[in-house]
Design a protein around this ligand. Sequence first.
Ligand code: URA
Length: 210
Amino acid sequence: MAEHLTIVDHPLVQHKLTLMRDRRTPTAVFRQLLREISQLLAYETTRELPLTTKSVETPLEEMESPTLAGKKLALVSILRAGNGLLDGVLELIPSARVGFVGLYRDEETLQPVQYYFKVPHGLDDRLVIAVDPMLATGNSSVAAIDLLKGAGATNIRFMCLLAAPEGVARMKEAHPDVPIVTASLDRELNDVGYIMPGLGDAGDRMFGTK
Ligand code: URA
């Protein structure tokens, strides 16, 4: 991917995102929309996967037909909101391996602290797609990518629903080699780290907590 930031401006993505932003959208609908958008974002995130061909017999004749060139994939969900993107992408790429990164924010230092890390073997050999709906300050995203690189990943993409300019800048500074795919670059972060205008707390909205 040549671009560091790709904004998927497809009408279906933008329409569904507007429904998700609406505070009146109920939890079940929010979760379903996130699942649908995750597949449309994944379509863009995997656009440059290498292809080869294989011989296939149609009912009429034999042909050489495109097929994925055995590129191994790992999807990594940044807990907990990442799980809302994970299921839809897995439906699209059922053979992908799956990892999880759990980080919480230390209330004193405000820095992310790891509480869970489990990823597939051979990350160095895979395209790794890290998923988290909200790229806000970028602190947890940068920390998650640090951990993935520490585990050997060299080919990483970051897929999110919304991004704040602050988070994009932080990622670009720390991980310029990691392309970001998002549905929207919103205006700014507010003083408690929420994306504005955003959609609120993605985890609370998808899991009905709060
Ligand atoms: N995480 C969220 O869920 N929402 C925001 O606006 C920022 C971070």
